[in-house]
Design a binder for this molecule. Structure first.
Ligand code: ADP
Ligand code: GLC
Length: 486
C-alpha cells in the first residue's frame, strides 16, 4: 500500500501545535506496524526550517503549480528516514515568521495561494502527471484545511484513481477565502456552489476536504459526534451529518520516543512509574529555574498551551489569587491572546514566588513543565483530541480537563468508584466555568494531600496505553476500508 500524507507541519521539522506532533508520529507508527505492507511518504511546504532539517535532499522536478515555479524535493526525516516531499518556492515558504502568520501573528495575506499550492502539488502526486513518475499513491491522507483543496482537485480536475481521506484536527480553522481567488487557484467555477467548495460565498478549503474526500476522520470518537451538532460544528454540522457514515473518530496517540519520562532528553532527571522519585527533582529544578519558591509541599500547577478561546484558559486568572493564597504555584507557557498574556504576566508580577509566566514557544521548557508539575490544567471549550493531557498521563501529572472531545475520551475523573477500580486518571470539570474549574482544582488538591492516593492516580495514568501503536492500527483499518470505496 502506497500512502501519501499531506500536511502543513510535522515535528521535528516544523511545529506550531498538535498537528505537527501527529504528522511526525503517525506515519512513522503506521510504517512500523507489522500489519502494514507498504510505504508512506509525507508532502509539505519547504519552509526554511524544513529545508534546513531534512536529510539527503534531492530535486525530483521543477514544475509550474498555479502559476508558481516550484521545485519538488525529496528528503528524509532526520530521525526516521521516512521520505518527505517538500515544495520549494522561496517567495511562498521561506519567510521570517510562522507557517501561517507573520512575526506579529497576522495571517499571511496570500495563504490561499500558499496552501493552494500545497493542495495542488499533493493532488498532482496522485495523478498521471505526477512529478514522482514511479510512485503513485493508492491513498492520500489530507490533514486540516491547508490540504482541503486536494480532494477537490483530485475529483474535479485530475480524475484521480487514488483514494482520499480528509482528517479534521480542528474545525475552527477553515481556510475561507474571497471568491476572487477562484481563477488563481484554478478551481472550476461550476463547483463554486453549495454542493461544492463554496461556503457563504467564500471558497472554503475545509469544506472542499469535507465534501470531496472519500472518507473523513477526526482525532477522537467524542469529537466525531460533537461536530455533528450546532455547538461544535462551526457551521459544518449539516454536511458532517450527511457524511456521518464516512466519518471515523480515532484518538491520537503520543510519540513515546519523544514523550517518555524514562528517556526524555529534555528532563533534568528521568523517572518511571516504578521509580518516580526523579519527578520531584525535576519539580525542584523547575522551581529554581523559574524563580519560584523551592518547596516540595507547594502544589505546582502546569499549563502549556496556545492561548486562544478554544483552550479556556481565560477561566483561570480570576481564581488564581485564591489558589495562590492557599499555597499553590503556577507555571504557564504559551502565547496568543494578548489580553490573556497580560493577565498572567500581571499575576506573575504580583506573586513572583508563586506564579511564573513564560510567553513564547519553548520545546525544552514544555517537557520540564509536563514532568515537574503536580497537575496539568486544560479547561478547553472544545478539544478535537489534545495531546498535552496524554503527555500528562504518561508523565504522572494528572490532568484537570473539561468533558469534551479527546479530553473526555482519555481522562477518567477521580471519584470513589473509579478510585476503587483503578480507572481514575485525572479530574474532570462539570461545566466550562471558572467556578467549576476552581471546585475541580480544589478536589485535586484534596486528593494530592494523601501521597498514597495521589500515587495511585499517577500510576493509573502512567499505566494507560497512550502510544500510537493502537491508534495506528485503527488508521490502517480505515485506509483499508477507504481503498474499498467506490
Ligand atoms: P493544539 O494542537 O490545539 O494546540 P494539542 O494539545 O493537540 O493542542 O497540541 C499542542 C502541542 O503543542 C503539544 O505538543 C504542546 O506541548 C505544544 N505546545 C503548545 N504551546 C507550546 C509552547 N508555548 N511551547 C512549547 N510547546 C507548546
Ligand atoms: C488540533 C487540535 C488538537 C489536536 C491536534 C492534533 O490542533 O486542536 O485537539 O490534538 O490538532 O490532532
Amino acid at each position: 500500500m502506497r500512502v501519501l500524507f499531506a500536511t502543513s507541519e510535522a515535528y521535528p521539522l516544523i511545529k506550531t501545535g498538535g498537528l505537527a506532533d501527529v504528522s511526525g508520529a503517525l506515519p512513522k507508527a503506521i510504517s512500523q506496524l507489522s500489519t502494514f505492507n507498504g510505504d508512506i511518504k509525507l508532502v509539505m511546504p519547504g519552509y526554511s526550517a524544513v529545508l534546513a532539517k531534512l536529510k539527503n535532499i534531492e530535486t525530483i522536478a521543477n514544475i509550474n503549480v498555479l502559476g508558481e515555479t516550484c521545485s519538488i524535493l525529496i528528503g528524509k526525516m532526520p530521525d526516521t528516514n521516512l521520505d518527505v516531499i517538500a515544495i520549494k518556492n522561496a517567495a511562498l515558504y521561506e519567510r521570517a515568521g510562522g507557517p501561517y502568520s507573520d512575526e506579529n501573528g497576522k495571517d499571511w495575506l496570500d495563504n490561499a495561494l500558499r496552501f493552494g499550492v500545497l493542495s495542488r502539488v499533493a493532488s498532482l502526486l496522485c495523478s498521471t502527471n505526477s512529478p514522482l513518475t514511479d510512485w503513485q499513491p493508492d491513498l492520500i491522507q489530507c490533514n486540516d484545511w491547508q490540504t482541503g483543496l486536494t480532494p477537490a482537485y483530485m475529483k474535479l480536475i485530475d480524475n484521480s484513481t487514488t483514494k482520499s481521506i480528509f482528517s479534521i484536527h480542528n474545525l475552527a480553522f477553515q481556510g475561507n477565502f474571497h471568491a476572487n481567488w477562484l481563477t488563481r487557484l484554478e478551481l472550476p467555477a461550476a463547483h463554486f456552489q453549495i454542493n461544492g467548495f463554496e461556503y457563504y460565498e467564500q471558497i472554503s478549503f475545509l469544506k472542499a476536504g469535507l465534501f470531496y474526500a472519500d472518507q473523513l476522520s477526526t482525532v477522537s470518537p467524542t469529537y466525531a459526534e460533537e461536530i455533528q451538532s450546532e455547538s461544535f460544528g462551526f457551521g459544518f454540522q449539516g454536511l458532517l451529518q450527511t457524511r456521518s457514515d464516512d466519518l471515523t473518530g480515532i484518538l491520537n496517540g503520543i510519540d513515546i520516543q519523544e514523550w517518555n519520562p524514562e528517556t526524555d532528553v529534555h528532563l533534568t532527571k528521568n523517572y518511571s512509574n516504578q521509580r518516580i522519585t526523579g519527578k520531584s527533582t525535576v519539580k525542584k529544578m523547575l522551581q529554581q529555574q523559574l524563580g519560584l519558591q523551592i518547596d516540595a509541599n507547594a502544589p505546582l500547577l502546569g499549563i502549556v498551551s496556545r492561548l486562544t478561546h478554544q483552550k479556556g484558559l481565560d477561566l483561570l486568572p480570576s481564581i488564581m489569587p485564591q489558589l495562590v493564597n492557599q499555597g499553590c504555584q503556577f507555571v504557564i507557557l504559551g502565547s496568543g491572546d494578548k489580553v490573556l498574556e497580560a493577565s498572567f504576566t500581571d499575576l506573575a508580577e504580583r506573586f513572583p514566588n508563586q506564579v511564573s509566566m513564560n510567553i513564547g514557544y519553548h520545546e525544552h521548557l514544555s517537557h520540564n513543565i509536563m514532568a515537574g508539575s503536580d497537575v496539568f490544567i486544560m479547561p478547553s471549550r472544545f478539544e478535537p483530541c489534545g495531546l498535552n493531557q496524554l503527555y500528562g498521563l504518561a508523565y504522572g501529572t494528572p490532568p484537570i480537563v473539561t468533558p469534551t472531545g479527546g479530553l473526555a475520551d482519555s481522562v477518567t475523573d477521580t471519584n470513589s468508584m473509579t478510585f476503587k477500580d483503578n480507572s481514575a486518571t485525572g479530574f474532570v470539570l462539570k461545566t466550562v466555568s471558572s467556578a467549576s474549574l476552581l471546585v475541580t482544582i480544589q478536589r485535586a488538591l484534596e486528593t494530592w494531600k494523601s501521597k498514597t492516593d495521589w500515587r495511585r492516580i499517577q500510576k493509573n495514568g502512567m499505566n494507560r496505553e497512550v502510544s500510537w501503536a493502537f491508534s495506528a492500527q485503527l488508521y490502517l483499518d480505515l485506509y483499508e476500508k477507504t481503498l474499498l470505496t467506490e
